[in-house]
Design a protein around this ligand. Sequence first.
Ligand SMILES: NC(=O)c1ccc[n+]([C@@H]2O[C@H](COP(=O)([O-])OP(=O)(O)OC[C@H]3O[C@@H](n4cnc5c(N)ncnc54)[C@H](O)[C@@H]3O)[C@@H](O)[C@H]2O)c1
Length: 342
Amino acid sequence: MKLKKIPVCMIGAGRIGFKLEFDKKRVKPASHFGMWIMNKRFSLKAIADKKNVELKYKKKISKNISFFKNFEKMINEKKPKIVSISTWKDTHYKITQKCIDLGIKVIILEKPLANNLAQAKKLIKNIKKNKVKVLVNHRRRYDDDIIRLKKKIKAGLIGEILQISSFYVYGLLTTGTHLIDTLRMLFVETCGEVHQVSGFKNNKKNFKPIDDQNLDGFIKFKNGLTATLQNLDMKSYDNFDIHIFGKKGKILISGIGREILFYKVVTSPEHSGFTELSSKFIRLNKSKPRLQFQKLSNNAYDCLIKKKKPLCSAYESYKDMVIIDKLIKSSNKGSRLLKVKF
Ligand SMILES: NC(=O)c1ccc[n+]([C@@H]2O[C@H](COP(=O)([O-])OP(=O)(O)OC[C@H]3O[C@@H](n4cnc5c(N)ncnc54)[C@H](O)[C@@H]3O)[C@@H](O)[C@H]2O)c1
């Protein structure tokens, strides 16, 4: 028996929406377009972009997919069950609100949830009121290797966590939000929520979007664990390294999250009676990119059909935004340690 495919539409056909699907190096699906056309459960009915992308993209895709400049018109005509939004962050609030008003119950939204905390708060209220499931694309939440790592840390692979140092590029809200979300994903269950932060201005002129800022900072979890967040320059190189120091060893997440390396505690070759971290690592995974977009589209299916929960809900993403807001406020108040309340 042929299964009836679920009609879906997408809004925003820029880099992550469409173009990255044609990057030869990337594992596929690598975009919103790819996640819909490669998943047999769905039928991509239409793409909306306010720019005239139709002529440019038409040859690359099936004739059955229509193009719209106005996304509301697209939703009204095509009546999708799920919509994905891959526009720039300054539009997330308005477009998501409109999709909710138009009756969409499952939405995949690119990070960050909104452009600022005030927008995020209003959006969360509306999402709750209308019982909408919004899956925010913080991609490590859809990464099987990072999900496995969380379980290993919880089971005590490196013992009690002592310190975390972590790095990001290209703006606190734009990319730092991924780092904050990954830290919360990995440690909230064992260390409690983030409850204090301190933000510092970074004056290195590292590359960033014009509507964002680069900050360094500390975030403190409820049990006292501290993580540093430090900004690097994407024009020099991309980076998303997370160093996790535990009593029984260290884990380094490197290669933009691709590599998960474990450093054992060894006897010092130089000082009697001392131990140190081995300079050699053991790989905890295959160091290959994972099918995060595939897991994301399957999670959307489960949310719609099986009434499951998003792996990254709007509320999780909202909490990331509360932390970002406090980091900015702290940096404007001489880096004072500020309490975080959600
Ligand atoms: N999750 C990830 O790993 C990841 C990676 C890259 C980008 N992103 C996020 O994805 C979003 C998009 O980034 P990008 O680099 O693809 O941006 P982009 O500028 O390349 O693409 C955005 C597209 O949206 C279109 N658009 C804007 N407003 C619209 C509207 N009202 N209706 C229809 N189309 C509209 C634009 O014309 C453009 O084509 C950002 O929020 C970014 O932070 C996430």
